[in-house]
Design a protein around this ligand. Sequence first.
Ligand SMILES: Cc1cc2nc3c(=O)[nH]c(=O)nc-3n(C[C@H](O)[C@H](O)[C@H](O)COP(=O)(O)OP(=O)(O)OC[C@H]3O[C@@H](n4cnc5c(N)ncnc54)[C@H](O)[C@@H]3O)c2cc1C
Length: 497
Amino acid sequence: MFERDPSVDVLVVGAGPAGLALAADLARYGVRCRVVESRPEPRPGARCPNMWRRTLYALGRLGLPSHTLRAQGVPMRSKVFHVAGRTAHISLLEDPDDPQWPLPLLIRQDHQEKLLSLLAARNGCRVQRGVTARVVAREEDCVRVELRARDGGTEQLRAAWLVAADGGDSSLREAAGFDWRVRRHEGISWWQVDTGFEGVELPPEREDLFHAPYRHVGMVPLAGGGHRTFLASATEDGTGTPAYADVERLAREVIGAATRLRHPRFLWWQTPREGRADSWRRGRVLLLGDAARVFPMPVHGLNTGVQDAANLAWKLAAVVLRQAETALLDTYETERRQVAEGLMTRGERVLYAGVSPDPEETLGPILDEGTPRVRTEPPVTYDAEPLTLRPRGSGQHSCAGGWAAPCRVHTPDGVCTVAALQTGGQWLVLSPAKTPLSVAHPLNPRLVTGAQLSCGDRPTIAVIRPDGYMGAEFPYRTGRPAERAVLAYLDRAAAGA
Ligand SMILES: Cc1cc2nc3c(=O)[nH]c(=O)nc-3n(C[C@H](O)[C@H](O)[C@H](O)COP(=O)(O)OP(=O)(O)OC[C@H]3O[C@@H](n4cnc5c(N)ncnc54)[C@H](O)[C@@H]3O)c2cc1C
């Protein structure tokens, strides 16, 4: 049934959203990649339906068409907070001119995983379900892994790189020698269920959050009806197993109406916990997604994981394809751990604000702002060299390090977005000059001449990374000085130092 010793460039363990997104990306770059997953089918249920804009752009870059995503989801226009008799509407329309994803989209996680599995397979990656991986040995040039199928058959595999995307309870993490620190938020119960509601009005395309002292309930609409509903409480005895009747009772207490659940399914509960691995790479083993960190609230994990994958994929592909040094991989942890740490801090604050004894006092100032500052996607920028390079003296004016995928670019052929110019996942050099620059480099950038980003206030040469973030921005110049500047930046990026 199994081949005897099929070496691969990258073995991804875990067909959750992070592992699948990485595999789909790697395969697109031509990396020989394989995914194994213990479960025969994706875990059912909505779990994380919220797909924020950066996640949607990341999936588009992998080749997942926006119409396919839209067909399975509903947009989310706003969050509506109900606190002590007050109702605050927070619009999620970040960029009304964004031609592709002006709003986040809601798609059940099991549907997302099915789409990603199909995409990974279509890009040329084998996704095997019902197969469990175990690390046998870590060697200098490979990792030896045993794969066990459900019928007991085994296969020994040599992978040049192993990506443990096996979730928060990762067994590979420990086997590969990573340290894992966990903190549980005792006294708080987090429940989640997919359900319809009777007795409370829940308009479409918005999330409703009801707050009461020590607890709150949030309802996120799902395509096809019903809501992904989560409840956090500091008053429940978190030791037992909740039933649907407990969910209904708690929802009634918080909402203050004779609410009834309709067709509840997939009840899930947890004492919130946060966890961090001490490092995200040991030799040839990399941690990805929840295996690397879990957040204090069971939210953000999917979106951050898909974006972690977008950050890692092009770096790992460049190393495997010998376009870059292994040191480039260290920038994955530097950049993404910083994002994770920010979300840990924010998540903890939001978790405790949601079970505060006086929600009006705790949430009032945030709601007064009317901006989506919490419970939304964080505005990530990358600041560290060598991948972010700002022109000397540009200070705060430089866009380098910022997310550029939805930015508009004026080109001789018309106006389009950075993302539209990057569909192959390549580096992009935008130059306002009419004559093409000569920037032949192992990282193989795509050069667009006569191009200018609309976000800057003066003409610049912009170098965009494959994940849609701006790496470097240089004052406009032509000829050799411009070429030298771009090539020197790409050399440093490829060296990872
Ligand atoms: C109730 C709930 C609500 C959530 N809501 C949100 C939200 O609103 N927003 C958000 O962004 N995130 C949310 N999340 C988090 C999100 O679901 C997770 O962060 C996400 O699934 C993590 O993705 P992953 O790919 O890292 O790991 P996982 O999805 O956990 O996938 C890991 C996979 O590895 C497999 N595996 C494990 N060990 C092995 C092995 N040895 N061999 C082979 N396969 C193995 C497992 O079967 C699993 O399928 C929610 C989670 C829950 C539970």
